[in-house]
Design a binder for this molecule. Structure first.
Ligand SMILES: [Zn+2]
Length: 299
């Protein structure tokens, strides 16, 4: 059980920010959704939320799951700073420093993907799983490795979305990743789907060629993760991940890609699974992080 007390959570997303007060088991007592505008507009709104909903209480901790790239290593000189990003006003912004000015509580910072993965590991689809992977497929592809209810430590953080995959010979689309000509994010994330098909995947028929192509790419990614880590389960979340029928199609593609090898590790019902917490995973995970005295890493 987490410690008692009132905790704060922030999920700083690319387009919207969720703020909540609750307990460190992820139960929310109050919440709000704010547009992720510029720091100068958003930070006072966050301060007002906590003034309204935690007035008279000292928060016992504040958990933050943030979009990146952001420095999450507490030992780094620029800990808590955003790195170069396309979002106006955020490059180089000292997020943790600004939040410390709002809220006099210990801050635990993780990536938004790690926060969502942590929530699925503690309360959702990866509960009880020793080694699991949380993948989010949306405007990008990100991933977190969860080990016994904690985020596996890493030098920066995993970049599973940029693992190389093989483009289909009949797929004329180019990778939209500016770093890689053939990575999963460049070929199968939401913007790549929009660029190629002119519509989101849910606009197309389940089992149709559009679904098959994206499922094949995500299946390649999952097969690589199975071979590298042998997880006991993989969650596929995110906006693209919610496309009806996609998880099953990715599962079939992953098994095809494995070619019968390592089948025992992945060929059971429910190995690939949908998230249980849906859109709340990030903010629930941020609250779970708030109760940690150490960064949300496995001991
Ligand atoms: Zn890439």
């Amino acid at each position: 059980m987490a410690e008692t007390g009132l905790y704060g959570g922030i999920e700083l997303g690319g387009t919207k920010t969720l703020v909540a007060v609750g307990d460190a088991d992820g139960r929310m007592f109050a919440r709000a959704t704010l547009p992720t505008t510029s720091p100068g507009v958003l930070l006072p709104q966050i301060a007002a939320f906590f003034a309204d909903h935690a007035a008279g209480h000292d928060l016992a901790g504040l958990g933050v799951g943030a979009f990146g790239p952001i420095v999450i290593d507490p030992a780094a000189d620029d800990y808590g700073h955003l790195l170069e990003t396309n979002k106006p006003g955020w490059s180089g912004f000292d997020l943790v420093g600004a939040l410390q000015g709002i809220c006099n509580a210990p801050i635990t910072l993780v990536t938004d993907v790690a926060a969502a993965g942590l929530a699925e590991a503690r309360l959702g689809s990866l509960r009880g799983v020793d080694l699991g992977i949380y993948l989010t497929v949306g405007t990008g592809i990100g991933g977190a490795i969860l080990y016994r209810g904690q985020v596996l430590p890493a030098l920066l953080h995993p970049e599973m979305g940029h693992l190389p995959i093989q483009a289909h010979p009949n797929d004329p689309a180019r990778s939209i990743c500016r770093f890689h000509s053939s990575c999963a994010e460049g070929l199968a994330a939401g913007p790549a789907i929009m660029a190629r098909f002119g519509a989101s995947l849910s606009e197309f028929a389940t089992g149709g060629p559009e679904h098959q192509l994206i499922a094949d790419y995500l299946g390649q990614l999952c097969a690589t993760l199975v071979l590298a880590l042998s997880p006991q389960g993989i969650v596929i979340g995110g906006g693209v991940g919610k496309t009806p029928g996609l998880v099953d199609a990715v599962n079939a593609a992953m098994l095809r890609q494995l070619g019968g090898y390592a089948g025992r590790s992945a060929a059971y019902a429910g190995f690939l699974r949908a998230p249980a917490l849906d859109q709340d995973a990030g903010i629930v995970g941020a609250l779970c992080c708030a109760g940690l005295r150490e960064p949300a890493h496995a001991a």
